[in-house]
Design a binder for this molecule. Structure first.
Ligand code: ADP
Ligand code: ADP
Ligand code: ADP
Length: 214
């Protein structure tokens, strides 16, 4: 299956993607995680991306599309993938369509996670991420680690993302509304969108998502 996950920052895309990718046996491709890996490895791409990310803006399309394309062309993505955080504007969606078309492939669904803004703000404010592996995500109240500041999965240090500050979150939400939400209409025109509520327990949202993708 080829699936795109959309939803505001903090909706739970990364959290759900981990479970869905496992259930569906497809790789979870997160452009945010790819950028953060580049930042921690201090690559040129990481240096470029960091300034945009810290300001809550989108990284320019050219480098983002090249990075996403490169990842989608890895052997493990041949039979499907779950895209998390890409595409994030209409030009990226068009670039993805072109890429799929040249490979004679199609998307199966665009899963839209709906969450009220006040909940998103709470989720982001309490988010803590592992330094070793950004897929290891915790929350100070909703999913506290057994030991404060330490990742339950690998023992790595938990930290608050630089862009999870209140000011940057406001900017990211604005960017979501103006630039990312239009891709929902773009995909509605292709009949691909399924919308679910991302409220409630993590496992209940996963069940809802699996039902919606049937
Ligand atoms: P969240 O899951 O909270 O929405 P992400 O990890 O997806 O955050 O993204 C963090 C930041 O990385 C974004 O604010 C943006 O700067 C950058 N980014 C991630 N994906 C893209 C993309 N497809 N296009 C441009 N920038 C991106
Ligand atoms: P996104 O990738 O959309 O930015 P994350 O998956 O990183 O979102 O989730 C944001 C924060 O909310 C994390 O701290 C995560 O543990 C928490 N979270 C995710 N899903 C839920 C849920 N269903 N209920 C409560 N908190 C959640
Ligand atoms: P209970 O112990 O009452 O059965 P849980 O421990 O499953 O409930 O969840 C308590 C709260 O933490 C819920 O509101 C849920 O949204 C949140 N939660 C549960 N699992 C996660 C997770 N993996 N990530 C983020 N939040 C979670």
């Amino acid at each position: 299956m080829r699936i795109v996950l959309v939803g505001p920052p903090g909706a739970g895309k990364g959290t759900q993607a981990a479970f869905l990718a496992q259930n569906l046996s497809i790789p979870h491709i997160s452009t945010g995680d790819l950028f953060r890996a580049n930042i921690s490895q201090q690559t040129e791409l990481g240096k470029l991306a960091k300034s945009y990310m810290d300001a809550g803006n989108l990284v320019p399309d050219e480098v983002t599309i090249a990075m996403a394309k490169d990842r989608m062309e890895q052997p493990d993505a041949e039979n499907g993938f779950l895209l998390d955080g890409f595409p994030r504007n209409v030009s990226q969606a068009e670039a993805l369509d072109e890429l799929l078309e040249t490979e004679s492939m199609q998307l199966d669904a665009v899963l839209d996670l709906e969450v009220p803004e006040d909940e998103v703000v709470k989720r982001i404010a309490g988010r803590r991420v592992c330094r070793n592996e950004s897929a290891h995500v915790f929350h100070v109240t909703y999913k506290p680690p057994a030991k404060e500041g330490v990742c339950d999965v690998c023992g790595g240090e938990l930290y608050q993302r630089d862009d999870d500050s209140e000011e940057t979150v406001r900017k990211r939400l604005e960017v979501y509304h103006t630039q990312t939400e239009p891709i929902i209409d773009y995909y509605k025109a292709q009949g691909l969108v399924v919308t679910i509520s991302a409220l409630g327990k993590v496992e209940d949202v996963t069940t809802r998502a699996m039902e919606a993708l049937k």
